[in-house]
Design a protein around this ligand. Structure first.
Ligand code: ADP
Ligand code: MG
Ligand code: MG
Length: 246
């Protein structure tokens, strides 16, 4: 049973359909690529999942149960978190302060002092195998670690499904490798990742399955494996998809 199912999602803006009966389903512990040319509807689908837009019709199920996601808070309550490209971190604060102090106080954690934050952060970073210290000031870290801090923050808020929209766009090759290792660890721990990207090489390296959208319509979901590569590539080539060949 999938951890997440979006069924027959429809959305129009000003009478123009941008999502037409789209289906999208994610399993526990997988990295699921969402691919499609510019304007295919990827971001809109994820904004519906995270409560930023409301769907005109369709259903969202989490672990088999229908849920109503009307705000980003609702998404978080359903263990869905968006890893924004513009990180929501405060650069002059430490990793620990960013993870625990700067959030709205909507968990049961209550107000923590710095020492408590640092302890909790240390434990979290250890679990995640991230080699930075809770007291490191975010602006002194590389962008790759900003992203990991952002992800650690999401996980500290109990996220189980992470949405990453072009997460490597501002990373170096080395930072990208570190991120991919990190993603693999997360999936081994049972987290699910929705991975939006135009990069075929990255998708083949890090993703388990791929769903392809075209002009707001659902095309197919495929497993990414050696034996299925030809099929996947044919579907991708079937899209008006210049970016795939950059
Ligand atoms: P993708 O992320 O796949 O590039 P988007 O989901 O951003 O595609 O956009 C899908 C279509 O919806 C595009 O034609 C876009 O112009 C339109 N669209 C997205 N958001 C809005 C909005 N807030 N108002 C009007 N049109 C929008
Ligand atoms: Mg987009
Ligand atoms: Mg994996």
């Amino acid at each position: 049973q999938p951890i997440l199912e979006m069924k027959n999602i429809c959305k129009a803006f000003n009478g123009i359909t941008v999502l037409d009966q789209v289906n999208f389903s994610v399993k526990k512990g997988e990295v699921h690529a969402l691919m499609g040319g510019n304007g295919a509807g990827k971001s809109t689908l994820m904004k519906i999942l995270t409560g930023i837009y409301a769907a005109d019709s369709g259903e969202i199920h989490i672990e088999g149960k229908p849920v109503s996601i009307k705000s980003y808070d609702d998404a978080q309550a359903n263990k869905i978190s968006m890893i924004f490209q513009e990180f929501s971190l405060i650069p002059t604060l430490s990793v620990a302060q960013n993870i625990f102090l700067t959030r709205e106080n909507k968990t049961s954690l209550g107000l923590l002092d710095d020492k408590e934050c640092e302890k909790k952060t240390e434990k979290l970073l250890e679990e995640l195998n991230v080699d930075i210290k809770p007291t490191d000031i975010v602006q002194n870290l590389g962008v790759g670690y900003w992203q990991m801090t952002e992800i650690a923050k999401a996980l500290s808020q109990d996220a189980k499904i992470l949405v990453m929209d072009e997460p490597t766009s501002s990373l170096t090759k080395t930072e990208t490798e570190v991120l991919f290792n990190f993603i693999n660890q997360l999936t081994e721990k049972g987290y699910s990742i929705i991975y939006i990207s135009h990069r075929m090489d990255e998708i083949f390296e890090v993703c388990d399955r791929i769903t392809i959208l075209r002009d707001g319509r659902y095309i197919t979901t495929e497993t990414i494996s050696e034996t299925n590569l030809d099929t996947v590539i044919q579907h991708i080539v079937g899209m008006e998809f210049d970016q795939a060949f950059e």
